[in-house]
Write a protein that binds this ligand. Structure first.
Ligand code: ADP
Ligand code: MG
Length: 365
């Protein structure tokens, strides 16, 4: 009896210990990812990204041939950092490798992965001081966001079809051209359009309504249709190059997820899809940091439950999009053409809701 009790206690302790360990590992992984995505140059505090930089891949790891690389990819390990933070037995289990091999691979990944560095809190505060805020045209929505849509951030707007995601994109594009006294950035816009819903006429209508010359506005909005997810990701590389000569203040990806959703269908594709989305978002975040710009991404949720995509109120891309975005706004339609925006996730603002309308002139209270 006594022994049985002790045995049960031991099993329970072991169980709790494993759960705690997993939690710590997950946190370390998230931290490492965060640090790596914010590679600050110690010299002048600016963030360096090099579009042409050759990064080591899992194929470059010691002892990893094509077969092992394939196993790693299949298990969802496409990035060195993801491997570097694993424990040998976990990697062995998940990638179906031997433990000795796993250990060697992890050692290699630790050496080659870009772990990133530490910077002082003061340096980060300096960068935060540069943050600018863009008006949406609705005082209520601006207030919900603590004064407007922030630079150095990714804002994810998600909601059903017709909830106003594209309207927000159009309005922010127009407002970006406004001078700062009027809540704008006096900058330029890159607009990645994946659903063919960008309408220059709508831009012109909104521009005239705020007293801007529509032709000047349209001249400063650079639009590209993305034909598939790979093209969509390539367009971000293109923005990296073009933004050397263009004062980009707003990057819109409308919609972020539609191509990924259509192309990566089924459970087996889930890990790959999330990895690609993660990389895509990381690159967008870097652009927002480098140019002190705002990134707006839209994400559609289903109105009808769908077996493949599960919970209808959950944004596509799940928590990968959630973690990568700084602010998340959930939109829903209300009576009389009103829209309700709910701030779901924010590092420094309380959750809350704002009501706004979409009029012929654009977003208003
Ligand atoms: P989503 O991108 O979330 O699918 P949209 O941003 O395209 O949705 O929203 C479409 C809605 O915006 C329309 O149903 C309509 O209510 C409103 N809208 C679009 N254009 C105009 C306009 N010119 N005047 C007034 N409302 C408009
Ligand atoms: Mg839309």
């Amino acid at each position: 009896m006594y022994y049985t009790f002790n045995y049960a206690k031991g099993v329970l302790l072991l169980f709790i210990y494993r759960i705690a360990l997993r939690d710590i590992e997950r946190k370390v992984r998230e931290m490492a990812k965060k640090i790596a995505s914010e590679k600050l140059d110690e010299e002048d505090g600016s963030i360096v990204i090099d579009a042409d930089e050759e990064q080591a891949t899992i194929d470059d790891l010691p002892g990893v041939g094509p077969a092992t690389a394939e196993k790693l990819r299949e298990a969802g390990f496409e990035e060195l950092l993801a491997i570097a933070v694993m424990s040998p037995n976990e990697l062995a289990e998940q990638a179906e490798l031997g433990e000795a091999v796993s250990s060697k691979i992890i050692q290699g990944a630790k050496k080659m992965a870009n772990i990133g560095g530490f910077v002082s809190g003061n340096k980060l505060l300096e960068r935060r001081k540069e943050v600018q805020k863009l008006t949406s045209g609705s005082a209520a929505l601006d207030e919900l966001l603590g004064g407007g849509f922030e630079t150095q951030a990714i804002v994810e707007v998600y909601g059903e079809f017709g909830s106003g995601k594209t309207q927000i994109g159009h309005q922010l594009a127009v407002n970006t051209i406004l001078p700062s006294e009027q809540g704008g950035f006096d900058g330029e816009i890159f607009y990645i359009d994946t659903e063919d819903t960008f309408r220059p006429e709508r831009i012109a209508q909104m521009a005239e309504a705020v007293g801007l010359d529509s032709s000047v506005v349209l001249d400063r909005i650079h639009v590209a249709r993305a034909y598939n997810s790979a093209h969509q990701m390539l367009l971000v590389d293109e923005i990296k190059k073009l933004s050397k000569n263009i004062d980009v203040k707003l990057i819109i990806v409308d919609s972020l997820t539609s191509h990924f959703r259509a192309e990566y269908v089924g459970r087996g594709m889930l890990a790959t899809r999330q990895q690609k989305l993660n990389r895509h978002l990381k690159e967008l975040k870097q652009l927002s940091d480098v140019h002190n710009a705002l990134v707006l991404v839209t994400n559609q949720v289903m109105s009808k439950p769908d077996a493949m995509w599960g919970d209808p109120t959950k944004a596509i891309g799940g928590h990968i999009v959630g973690h990568a975005s700084t602010f998340r706004l959930y939109l829903r339609k209300s009576k009389g053409g009103r829209r309700i925006a709910r701030l779901v996730d924010s590092p420094n603002l309380p959750e809350g809701e704002a009501v706004f309308t979409v009029t012929a002139e654009g977003l208003r209270d």
